[in-house]
Design a protein around this ligand. Structure first.
Ligand SMILES: [Zn+2]
Length: 336
């Protein structure tokens, strides 16, 4: 998907007046130069950019991204196998879409740009914007103006939001203050109720960690930039994700997080810990999955992913997408 970008630079000085003001007339008040907005704190993490995330959150985000990239390496290896893991088959079914899944996850590790650069605030790679006050990131959505910090304060708002189709991922202050842990505990997995052939719960005990929230948001960026359609509406519940067809699953951001979170990762060093002392090596290693429909065992419930009553209440996950974003103003630069 291509976007057309225009940059509008606020002038540092008022435009020169083309003629002298006659001395007999009260001279109009000279227009004050528009103050050039203070440049935001801008950092990078590999190819990724982080705007206004600050000297405290910026390094934390960098650390999370590095954990994410490391954790994805064995997952990408798995997706490239001719006979991938049960985790792959659970969430992406057959191997026909494995090259696409491997490509998306590889893109996440490299941060390759799929959007044009808009200097100085994005190089076109996924770019994190951290709103911390009103007025920093006025955003247009389908002709409506919203302030992203104000939006962040709404209680039902996800902690992170991908601004489709631009390259921006907004990280609300509550991304940091939320109870979501940075990384999952070692070998965190879902259990399966074999009697009804379903995962227990809605999947959030597997998914709701900052590292997977970031993965889902970045995956949205790469799906939207690809030729594959995004699944609308997105499916959050893990049992609904399990029931998606292969062609639906590759367009569902959550499916990548469920796969990565439950994939065996034996080749990663289990003794690695991050700065917070949490294991940064082993996620998943899950062995318990419902029997796939092609093995003659259907999930007992109806297979309608749009039906909120199917598998419990439809509770959106902590990672969101905002569709129809046409413009984000960043420090006076107008991205249209
Ligand atoms: Zn999503």
């Amino acid at each position: 998907m291509k976007s057309i970008w225009f940059l509008f630079f606020c002038p540092l000085v008022p435009l020169a007046v083309g003629h002298a003001v006659p001395s007999t007339i009260n001279a109009p008040k000279s227009p004050q130069p528009r103050a050039f907005p203070a440049r935001f704190d801008i950092r990078s993490s590999g190819q990724y950019m982080m705007v206004n995330c600050g000297s405290h959150r910026g390094p934390q985000l960098d650390s999370l991204l590095q954990n994410l990239w490391r954790s994805l390496l064995p997952v990408i290896q798995d997706a490239q196998l001719s006979n991938p893991s049960p985790a792959f088959k659970a969430f992406f079914k057959d191997s026909s879409n494995a090259p696409f899944v491997a490509e998306v996850l590889t893109n996440v590790t490299t941060g390759v740009a799929r959007h044009p650069s808009a200097f100085p605030y994005t190089n076109g790679s996924p770019t994190f914007l951290c709103p911390t006050a009103v007025g920093q990131f006025p955003t247009s959505i389908a002709g409506r103006q919203i302030d992203m910090y104000t939006h962040c304060l709404q209680s039902e708002t996800p902690v992170a939001t991908y601004g489709n189709p631009l390259p921006y991922i907004f990280l609300c202050p509550k991304f940091w203050t939320s109870p979501y842990a940075n990384l999952p505990p070692q070998n965190s997995c879902l259990s399966v109720n074999t009697y009804i052939n379903r995962f227990r719960g809605n999947g959030q005990t597997l998914h709701a960690f900052k590292v997977w929230i970031l993965l889902e948001e970045i995956v949205h960026y790469y799906i939207h930039a690809s030729s594959k359609p995004s699944l609308e509406p997105e499916v959050y519940d893990v049992n609904k994700a399990f029931r998606l067809r292969a062609d639906q699953a590759v367009g569902n951001g959550n499916s990548y997080a469920y796969y990565a979170a439950s994939k065996p990762s034996a080749s990663v060093n289990a003794n690695t810990t991050d700065a917070n002392g949490q294991s940064s090596g082993v996620y998943g290693n899950c062995k318990d999955f419902p029997s796939p429909p092609d093995k003659g065992r259907e999930i007992l419930e109806t297979a309608d992913p749009d039906n909120p009553s199917d598998g419990g209440p439809h509770i959106p996950g902590p990672a969101g997408v905002m569709d129809g974003v046409t413009d984000v103003q960043i420090g006076g630069l107008n991205h249209t």
